[in-house]
Design a protein around this ligand. Structure first.
Ligand SMILES: Cc1cc2nc3c(=O)[nH]c(=O)nc-3n(C[C@H](O)[C@H](O)[C@H](O)COP(=O)(O)OP(=O)(O)OC[C@H]3O[C@@H](n4cnc5c(N)ncnc54)[C@H](O)[C@@H]3O)c2cc1C
Length: 477
């Protein structure tokens, strides 16, 4: 019998598999996707948020524990577990050497990645290179890897993991029989339920306009995170945490594909201009805070608008100041022309822009600080980077809610154990998106998804190995 079974094939699962193997356990990793699509949402990532008290390789200045914690506290509105959050923060300060040992390389951020040179370490070659490096290292260390293996069910005995079940399925026309795979311990790292459109529909329900908002959501990452195991674990009585409608949701290009559009469909000019809904009205402060601390609320804000669509509007002063999206925006020399191209009600749209322009107070524009360019006398206010939209050509991008990952997950503790009625399982662990809701009750700050997955993936893998080898479990501080 295998010692440690790891279910999932993204960052959290790979960290767990590598740690379990390093601790001396035999390891098998089951990835639902084919090899070409391995790596889940992790293949789309670019960086992880790291605490550091002084400049360190690719990171400038310092980003102390307390500042990181305050950032998390602010974005989550206090819906976080301080003990687990601090554990993630501390682990982010010393994981990079281990990552390098397994083939991950880092680089300073490219220009256009705003405000993150101090806080975030970027992966050379992005998440795809990180995932490939981990798979290579895992193979070299003797981890057995199986693709096209979606686990459907978990067998438990009094909270103890016994076996995973894979239903009969077909891969490229070949029938794969049902299987039951036993192991001495198991790590669940199979992502959230963001790719399960029925579950999203059920969670978001119908709004007061009679719309089913989630029908207009796009999924930024993998199609394989359908939450089958999360649902099954909840049915089996595992303690859960989080609200099913809470998720990391970004406003992305409305022309993005349904799955796997990845990073290049993000529209990053929101804080430089204004955003209107299909009625041509503004609905939120576009300059509330730095973009990496605010980009993940805009998907949700757009989801609350009629037809779940918004339009990011800038003028030519902002061109070159943000990471350009992959598809060019609509462009017009007049506001009326832009309204027509975007199919917005002309008069209301022009009136919205004019009222905004008149409300902009003179200030010293500086996109790298929370500057003093703010509006006065309009609702909603724009509190920073407010400059009149007065320099044609004007540009507009249609926005849809892009779900990155959901926050409903399994409750855990500092050992990463799955819990049943408050009791930690002796041999079943959880990591990554499947438990990120312990730290992220709502909101997001860039790079913390990979910090959570790396910290808990490593803890879960190590503890699963210890459990399988009959050794005492370590409580991380
Ligand atoms: C476009 C995009 C950009 C992002 N950029 C960043 C970034 O720069 N920094 C950051 O910190 N975070 C970023 N994130 C978030 C980040 O991807 C996640 O927080 C992190 O990757 C989660 O890791 P994970 O291992 O839990 O999930 P995933 O990487 O999604 O892995 C889940 C795995 O489980 C597999 N799986 C699912 N169901 C089953 C099953 N039943 N049986 C077997 N296997 C199964 C999937 O195939 C997949 O391999 C980004 C996400 C997206 C979509």
């Amino acid at each position: 019998m295998i010692d440690v079974l790891v279910i999932g094939g993204g960052n959290a699962a790979l960290c767990a598999a590598l740690m379990a193997r390093e601790a001396g356990a035999s390891v098998m990793l089951l990835e639902a996707s084919p090899k070409a699509w391995r790596g889940g949402n992790s293949q789309h990532t670019r960086n992880l948020r790291c605490m550091h008290d002084a400049p360190q390789d690719v990171l400038v200045d310092a980003y102390p524990e307390e500042e990181y914690w305050q950032d998390l506290l602010k974005v989550t509105g206090g819906i976080t577990n301080e003990q687990l959050a601090r554990l993630v923060i501390r682990a982010s300060s010393n994981c990079r050497d281990w990552m390098r040992k397994h083939g991950v390389h880092f680089q300073p951020p490219l220009s256009g990645a705003l405000h993150v040179a101090r806080t975030n370490a970027f992966f050379m070659g992005g998440g795809k290179a990180l995932v490939n490096a981990y798979y290579r290292s895992a193979e070299k260390l003797g981890v057995q890897i199986r693709y096209n293996t979606p686990v459907q069910d978990i067998e438990l005995e009094d909270g103890r993991f016994v076996a995973a079940r894979v239903a009969e399925h077909t891969v490229n026309g070949t029938r794969c029989p049902a299987e039951r795979i036993e192991a001495k311990a198991c790590v669940l790292a199979a992502g959230g339920f963001e790719s399960n459109r029925e579950w999203l529909r059920e969670a978001w329900g119908q709004n007061e306009r009679g719309e089913w908002p989630s029908d207009n959501f796009l999924i930024r990452g993998t199609r394989f995170n359908n939450g089958v195991l999360l649902q099954r674990m909840i049915e089996l009585g595992a303690d859960q945490i989080g609200d099913p409608t809470q998720a990391h949701m970004v406003a992305i290009d409305a022309r993005a594909p349904l799955y796997d559009g990845g990073i290049c469909t993000r529209i990053d000019c929101v804080s430089l201009g204004i955003v209107v809904n299909k009625e041509g009205q503004r609905f939120y402060d576009e300059g509330e805070d730095f973009w990496p601390k605010r980009y993940a609320i805009w998907g949700r804000l757009v989801a609350q608008q009629p037809d779940q669509i918004g339009y990011s509007i800038i003028d030519s002063k902002s061109v070159g100041r943000f990471m350009p999206p992959v598809f060019p925006g609509q462009q017009a020399n007049t506001l009326e022309g832009l309204a027509d191209l975007l199919q917005l009600p002309r008069a209301t749209f022009v009136d919205t822009v004019n009222r905004y322009n008149q409300a902009c107070r003179p200030g010293q524009f500086n996109h790298t600080v929370l500057d003093d360019c703010a509006t006065e006398g309009i609702t909603p206010a724009k509190t920073h980077w407010a400059r009149p939209l007065d320099t044609p050509p004007y540009y507009g991008y249609a926005l849809r809610p892009g779900v990155t990952f959901t926050y409903l997950g399994l409750k855990t503790d500092e050992t990463a154990a799955v819990r049943f009625d408050g009791q930690a399982s002796p041999n079943l662990y959880v990591a990554g998106e499947m438990m990120a809701g312990n730290v992220l009750g709502k909101g997001y700050t860039a790079g913390v998804g990979m910090s959570i997955g790396t910290a808990f993936g490593r803890i879960a893998g190590h503890n699963a190995a210890l459990a399988s080898l009959g050794q005492p479990i370590v409580k991380s501080a």
